[in-house]
Design a protein around this ligand. Structure first.
Ligand code: MV4
Length: 494
């Protein structure tokens, strides 16, 4: 196992990785931008180094700076988390040159899956069902018209360098096609520097179901069941759950073995996710994510695995923890993403100072967060401040536990998505489990009305808990008390 690794990320995921390090006796090296000097993760790390200006390009995306810190601190490996450099093949390439291990798949695999046309081609070759569509970039207008005609409208135009929803356009009739191609190309060119686009049949109101893969460097590959991530808004996932409400042991066996085949056909190693679109009993490969995902804790909750620990062990050339037969799904887990956004105002970002903070607890409740009371959320990065994960013996218990945990969760000073989640947990449509990717749009009005209602219902609880917060001026005194405690116990500190 490694002695020391660098975590090239920030916020809750940096802490998540550092926690696994601490349990495995690995020293963690944090890197932080000027905007993150006071962030929890920079304090949690065994050592932390500044990497410059807040703009991601100048800090968290700066491979040279990060590798420099890795070398100087003696880190043997780098964990990229999600976002930032996680799916940038250049990080792996540079690590290789410096003799540092990247905790993830080979860079060539990251590169291949990052190009969505290549990914489709490779999957089709491996016998994985893909959405009907093209296996090469569209260059010719006449050809585009013929292909769309043969697939049948509606179709969807996607950027090959895209993914995650950026650079996509739905076309319902022939008249719009050429104009839509033109605009998708120019979006793709400016967003990714690559104007290559392709066409797929548009699957209406699909479910987004993804399989967690674990693959060691000795050829063993397993899946750890699925997550359903259909509750999203503008391609931002808001709620994820595992297992999928529609899953049966037979379907899991079928989709899971295809996901394993997908990963094995490209020589995949480490943790990864195979995404599928599911509609009316049919499912299609969508994308492969070559990183640990935001929603990984729900898989941990139903399988008992520690996915980040497995990532570290796999990267250190250990064998997989378990065989496919040893993976059992137990109960139901739900994750709500708590973002500093105002759900009553079109989810407008709302960074700023957290003046009061109390996170929920109790049986079956997990909070992965990067914030604390009096912390100021910087405006440079995404707005997610924490993830609330609950486990229950079944879906209904998980939903009522989530509703209970949300009622305990108090964040003052910034608007958050907590009211949205409360409304969702109260939604009869959500309870029914008939989820699809347009759920939030479809039930917008109902959700909006419920938000105001549930916020009113919880007002009294919020008021009572508010009085237990530490007055801001007392924080300095507590901080001094903690310092003297630490000094007095310095010898027992690891
Ligand atoms: C699709 C689709 C329907 N048909 N492809 C959105 C994110 C990116 N990963 C691919 N996405 C979609 N691709 C075909 N052929 C619908 C979506 C989609 C979606 C997929 C997963 C989760 C949320 C979504 C929200 C809107 C659209």
């Amino acid at each position: 196992m490694f002695n020391k690794i660098l975590i090239a990320n920030r916020g809750e995921i940096a802490i998540r990785v550092m926690r696994a390090c601490r349990e495995l006796g690995i020293k963690s090296v944090g890197v932080y931008s000027d905007a993150d000097k006071n962030s929890l993760f920079a304090k949690y790390a065994d050592e932390a180094h500044p990497i410059g200006e807040p703009t991601p390009a100048k800090s968290y995306l700066n491979i040279d700076k990060i590798l420099d810190v890795a070398e100087k601190s003696g880190a043997e490996a780098i964990h990229p988390g999600y976002g930032f450099l996680a799916e940038n093949p250049n990080l792996g390439k540079e690590c290789e040159k410096h003799g540092i291990k990247l905790i993830g798949p080979k860079w060539s695999v990251i590169e291949a899956m990052g190009d969505k046309i290549t990914a489709r081609k490779l999957m089709k070759k491996a016998g994985v069902p893909v959405v009907p569509g093209t296996e090469k970039g569209i260059t010719d207008d006449q050809e585009a018209l013929e292909i769309a005609e043969s697939i049948g409208y509606p179709i969807i135009i996607k950027a090959s360098a895209g993914g995650g929803g950026i650079g996509m356009r739905i076309v319902t009739e022939e008249d719009e096609l050429l104009r839509a191609i033109e605009s998708t190309r120019s979006v793709a060119e400016s967003a990714f520097g690559d104007a290559t686009i392709y066409i797929e049949k548009y699957v209406k109101e699909p479910r987004h179901i993804e399989f967690q893969i674990l693959a060691d460097e000795h050829g063993s590959i397993i899946h750890a069941a699925e997550r359903e991530c259909s509750i999203q808004r503008r391609n931002q996932k808001l709620i994820e759950e595992a297992p999928s409400p529609i899953m049966t042991p037979e379907l899991r066996e079928k989709m899971g073995s295809i996901a394993v085949r997908a990963a094995s056909s490209i020589g995949y190693t480490n943790a990864g996710t195979v995404e599928f679109l599911y509609s009316n009993g049919e499912f299609y490969f969508l994308e492969m994510n070559t990183r640990v995902q935001v929603e990984h804790p729900i898989t941990e909750a139903i399988t008992g695995l520690d996915l980040v620990k497995e990532q570290l062990k796999i990267a250190a050339s250990d064998e997989l923890c378990c065989t496919q037969d040893e993976i059992k799904v137990n109960g139901h887990a739900i994750e709500c993403r708590i973002n500093a956004e105002d759900p009553l105002n079109d989810f407008a970002p709302n960074p700023g100072k957290i003046t009061g903070y109390r996170s929920p607890g109790g049986l079956g409740v997990r909070v992965d967060s990067g914030v604390y009371m009096n912390y100021t959320i910087p405006s440079y990065y995404d707005s997610m401040i924490s993830k609330l994960i609950v486990w229950g013996r079944d879906r209904e218990e998980a939903i009522s536990r989530m509703r209970r945990a949300l009622s305990e969760y108090i964040v003052l000073g910034v608007k958050t998505t907590i009211p949205f989640h409360k409304a969702m947990m109260a939604s009869p449509h959500f309870h029914q489990g008939k989820l699809h990717t347009h759920f939030v749009d479809n039930y917008k009005n109902e959700i909006y009305d419920n938000m105001q209602k549930v916020v009113e219902e919880d007002r009294e609880m919020v008021e009572r808990l508010k009085s237990t917060f530490l007055p801001s001026k007392k924080v300095a005194a507590v901080s001094a008390a903690v310092s003297s405690y630490m000094a007095a116990h310095a010898n027992s500190k690891k």
